[in-house]
Design a protein around this ligand. Structure first.
Ligand code: FMN
Length: 193
């Protein structure tokens, strides 16, 4: 799939959304501090329940070999195989409880997900791609990254430039009627426009 190809959407969406994808390979290249911070800044401005901002990001540039290696070795082998060429790796962590009252924050993982989504779009806007991953060893991540109690690893994200042509991807989505309903679960929302 060419570098700038667009998702075949059923309805118009912003070009950033259509261009975003999760590449399965990267060109070995550093990312500038400016670009990496721009991607992190997008995450910073994500909405969150009670503005708790429950996300924590453990970040490694590929040039910071000790940090990069620490994060890389948390990934399962299949992800390490291509993430070793990423420009940066991020371990996304959620704070379980609200800081205000110590009660469980049931939306913490949800809000980390929004922040990762913001990162993905900002990355595309400035010529990079992100790829979120569940395929990593959470226990190992907790140990080697010294994650304290009260925080939980959620996902890892690789950032980089995608090669052109990229590893071909089967990009598809379920039809909307399978997951967009009226107020009755399973009753497909009318798509007549
Ligand atoms: C939470 C989450 C976990 C994922 N885990 C992995 C993973 O471990 N390895 C991988 O190659 N892709 C992983 N992906 C990428 C998905 O496979 C990908 O987003 C999906 O196939 C849709 O493709 P697209 O992002 O290019 O639209 C993950 C995505 C998300 C959001």
């Amino acid at each position: 799939m060419p570098h700038n190809s667009l998702a075949p959407t059923e309805y118009p969406v912003h070009e950033l959304i259509a261009r975003r994808r999760s590449p399965r390979d990267f060109i070995i290249t550093p990312i500038s501090q400016e670009d990496l911070w721009s991607i992190l800044e997008a995450a910073r401005w994500a909405p969150s329940c009670f503005n708790e901002q429950p996300w924590r990001f453990l970040v490694a540039h590929r040039e910071d070999s000790e940090d990069f290696e620490r994060l890389l070795t948390c990934l399962v082998e299949a992800n390490q195989a291509w993430c070793c060429r990423a420009s940066a790796l991020i371990l996304c962590v959620a704070k379980h409880d609200y800081t205000l009252n110590g009660l469980p924050n049931d939306w913490a993982v949800h809000d980390v997900g929004i922040a990762v989504g913001y990162m993905a779009l900002q990355a595309v806007a400035i010529g990079h791609f992100t790829h979120a991953m569940a395929g990593f060893d959470k226990k190992r991540a907790r140990e080697v990254c010294e994650i304290p109690e009260g925080f939980a690893p959620v996902t890892m994200v690789a950032i980089g430039k995608a090669p052109e042509p990229d590893v071909p991807l089967e990009r598809s989505r379920k039809p909307a009627e399978t997951n967009v309903f009226t107020s009755i679960f399973g009753d497909a929302l009318n798509q007549k426009v």
